[in-house]
Design a protein around this ligand. Structure first.
Ligand code: ASP
Length: 343
């Protein structure tokens, strides 16, 4: 059988750093020589190619431009490679994985993000295992089809759906969680794939979107939030989408001013989405009076979506020029890429 061809795309982050033996400072290493730093890669039964984005970055500097660079590379090489591994800082990995899950339509190849908490040059690095297993997952096939044909994150023995993931620790090797969706796979002695949770290969034609709308904002509700503070954001003239981060199952104070402000947003055709501050569970706007007023004012339910996926979905839908305001609202509440559970 032919070896799987995997493209590694390096974007930066801790994983790509090595310690300067003299100063002890962390510097990015030349990824063209990846195999020199991880000789174990030579033992893998895959054909590896490595490319890097133009200027590797700490992922806190990720921007829409980074996502466009990534989807351009993937689009260009989609037919040539069997799978893709994206090396990325962990800080904004969940945002980038969500971004790609929306910008890449009808994905039927593995696109696996990974990174590390310690640089590859450090003796206790988690980067080697993360990279090696991410490559194995990207290369894994059954009956000629990829086992994981979707955008995912591999970190510390767990494979997560990319747009279900959130970073939960800046300290632990287990830095991510997928609080409302099962793991796609667990790596132990063997890699155990949870097939029921993994997308099926699609017959639709893959294509790349290159547009998002950044006229979006979020407001985290807290007891004591003042109308002027809310207005400072909600009255921004260019605003097109707003996420309200609410309590519990989607609740906020029942101030009359809040309903008025939301109705005003609706009149201006700004999409308003309710995302809970809770890590697990879902928004259910009809459950308490403190949620019903939001529904009446026209707020959409984000159900169990993560904040990262919600903001990216909003940016994506707002840039789909073929959709009307009403259609965008329908899609916002509908599961389109596995980012939210069905009702
Ligand atoms: N600040 C780093 C980054 O996100 C942390 C990491 O790589 O995990 O790029």
């Amino acid at each position: 059988m032919e070896k799987s061809k995997i493209l590694i795309i390096y974007t930066g982050g801790t994983i790509g750093m090595i310690e300067d033996p003299i100063t002890g400072a962390l510097n990015p290493f030349d990824f063209d020589h990846l195999q020199d730093h991880i000789p174990e890669l030579n033992k893998l039964d895959v054909d590896l190619t490595v490319v890097s984005i133009e200027h590797p970055i700490d992922s806190s500097n990720v921007s829409p431009d980074t996502w466009f660079q990534l989807v351009t590379i993937i689009g260009e090489y989609y037919e040539i490679f069997d799978g893709f591994v994206i090396l990325h800082g962990s800080d904004t990995m969940a945002y980038s994985a969500s971004a790609l899950s929306f910008l890449l339509e009808h994905v039927n190849k593995p696109i696996i993000f990974t990174g590390s908490q310690l640089p590859i040059g450090k003796i206790r690095t988690d980067g080697k295992e993360n990279l090696i297993t991410a490559i194995e997952i990207a290369a894994a096939k059954e009956n000629g089809h990829p086992i994981v044909p979707e955008v995912a994150i591999y970190f510390e023995y767990s494979l997560y759906r990319g747009n279900r993931t959130t970073k939960v620790s800046s300290e632990n090797f287990e830095a991510f969680q997928s609080p409302n969706y099962p793991l796609l796979a667990e790596a132990g002695v063997h890699i155990k794939y949870n097939r029921f949770a993994i997308n099926k290969v699609t017959e639709h034609t893959f294509f790349v979107r290159q547009k998002i709308c950044t006229h979006v904002a979020s407001i985290r509700i807290f007891p004591g939030l003042q109308r002027e503070v809310f207005q400072a954001i909600s009255r921004l003239p260019q605003l097109k989408g707003l996420i309200i981060e609410t309590f519990g199952s989607g609740n906020t104070p029942t101030h009359a001013w809040l309903s008025e402000e939301i109705m005003h947003l609706n009149q201006r055709e700004v999409i308003v989405v309710n995302v809970t501050q809770c890590t697990t569970g879902a928004v259910s706007q009809g459950k308490y009076e403190t949620g019903v007023h939001l529904e009446r004012a026209g707020v959409l339910s984000g159900r169990d979506i993560t904040f990262e996926a919600a903001i990216l979905k909003l940016m994506y839908l707002l840039a789909c020029d073929e959709l009307s305001f009403e259609e965008r609202k329908i899609y916002m509440e509908r599961n389109i890429r596995g980012e939210m559970s069905n009702n």
